[in-house]
Design a protein around this ligand. Structure first.
Ligand SMILES: [Zn+2]
Length: 389
């Protein structure tokens, strides 16, 4: 990899949310579905440099208009081979920007469940065909780019505890080696983490690591509850900034937050549409492990390069700090330890002499939180082993 590019990690992207306007048009045409003119801005009406793959036309201050766009776009996905197109498009574009590791979230309920007389019916064949198509897309992207991908199964909380449990139970009968994570997503205000006790336990039995959406639109208490039920990571988690004892818990237990700046600006009312109100810098400076994520890249018109640039430009994250963010992502990845070690070494091999000097200076000046300094020292030790090994 080009040494000037910082290798990047995404721990949080919903596969259906990754559909860009151009891809949506392609799917609508392929599946002979009408494509409403009002869905996207017309060429010339938006900044084509900022939005390289088209721009959806929803009101960023109106949650309902966002959800309608999301639903319209999701409905263009009809067949398992549509998932090949989506997965290939998202991963190949981001891999060109330095993405080396990605966790994609998929919802079996949306992929293969139908309701028949009030009973949910799961279509095993359809699920397997869909995953085969996604696997094939990954293999094809890997022919050109060095990228590793794992999947999370999503339990949609507003569909109720029974459906969330049934989703995992379906995975128990349809396991896949790339499914390494269990995720609770959907409307954070629907239900309580206690309601999903059976699912928390089944995830453990299936050896799936847990990352739960919490503290995005709900309070710090939601994060506390997610942790109580064994969450290894937190999706968003920005409400942690309200609670110093929770911040200490996050640091002590090395819990990583999956921050998604553009998504949070649009969906989190407390930020009032202004990215500068985001607590990412305070969370990092207080020693919390954070990562940068795209969440619903296509719908939000973002990609991993934009998210790293936003962190750099709006919050002055230095190159060394961005390396740290990538390395925190690898450390928190739901992937086998040998692969983790390989990825870690790949990132460290991108440290140039200037980066090594910045690392040494950061350790010497001691201006960072002790948790960050501890990480920096670990990187330095590993870099020295590299030289000697
Ligand atoms: Zn999400």
């Amino acid at each position: 990899m080009n040494k000037q590019i910082i290798p990047k990690v995404i721990l949080h992207e919903h596969v259906e949310g990754s559909i860009t306007p151009f891809m949506a048009k392609k799917l609508a045409d392929k599946n002979h579905l009408p494509f409403p003119d009002s869905l996207c801005y017309q060429i010339g009406d938006y900044n084509e440099i900022e939005y390289k793959n088209g721009r959806y036309n929803y009101d960023e201050s109106d949650f309902v208009s966002f959800i309608q766009t999301y639903d319209t776009v999701s409905n263009f996905v009809k067949n398992p081979d549509d998932y090949y197109l989506i997965t290939y498009d998202f991963l190949s574009r981001n891999a060109k920007q330095g993405l080396i590791y990605c966790e994609l979230f998929l919802s079996p309920y949306h992929i293969c469940a139908t309701e028949n007389q009030g009973k949910v019916v799961w279509d095993q064949a359809r699920f397997q065909q869909t995953l085969n198509q996604m696997d094939k897309a990954i293999i094809d992207v890997q022919k050109e780019h060095n990228i590793t991908v794992r999947y999370h199964v999503i339990g949609v909380r507003h569909l109720g505890a029974e459906v969330v449990y049934d989703t995992l139970h379906f995975i128990e009968n349809n396991p896949h080696p790339f499914i390494t994570g269990f995720n609770i997503a959907g409307n954070e205000k629907a239900g309580h983490f206690d309601d999903f006790e059976k699912a928390h336990q089944l995830a453990e039995k299936l050896n799936l690591k847990k990352s739960y959406h919490a503290g995005e639109i709900d309070s710090a208490e939601s994060i506390i509850q997610a942790l109580k039920h064994g969450a290894n990571r937190i999706g968003h988690g920005i409400a942690a900034i309200e609670d110093d004892s929770l911040i200490k818990q996050l640091i002590d237990n090395e819990i990583t937050l999956e921050i998604a700046l553009t998504s949070n600006r649009i969906l989190v009312n407390n930020l009032h549409g202004d990215i500068h109100n985001h607590p990412i810098r305070q969370l990092y400076d207080k020693g919390v492990r954070i990562t940068l994520n795209t969440d619903d890249a296509g719908i939000f018109g973002t990609d991993i390069e934009k998210e790293y640039q936003l962190a750099e430009q709006a919050f002055h994250f230095s190159r060394l700090e961005l390396f740290d963010i990538t390395l925190c992502g690898i450390d928190a990845a739901f992937v086998e330890s040998n692969e983790k070690t390989r990825l870690l070494n790949e990132v460290l091999s991108c440290f140039n002499n200037n980066d090594k000097r910045s690392l040494q200076q950061a350790i010497n000046t001691n201006q960072y939180h002790p948790a960050i300094i501890a990480r920096f020292k670990k990187y330095q030790d590993l870099l020295l082993q590299h030289v000697n090994g």
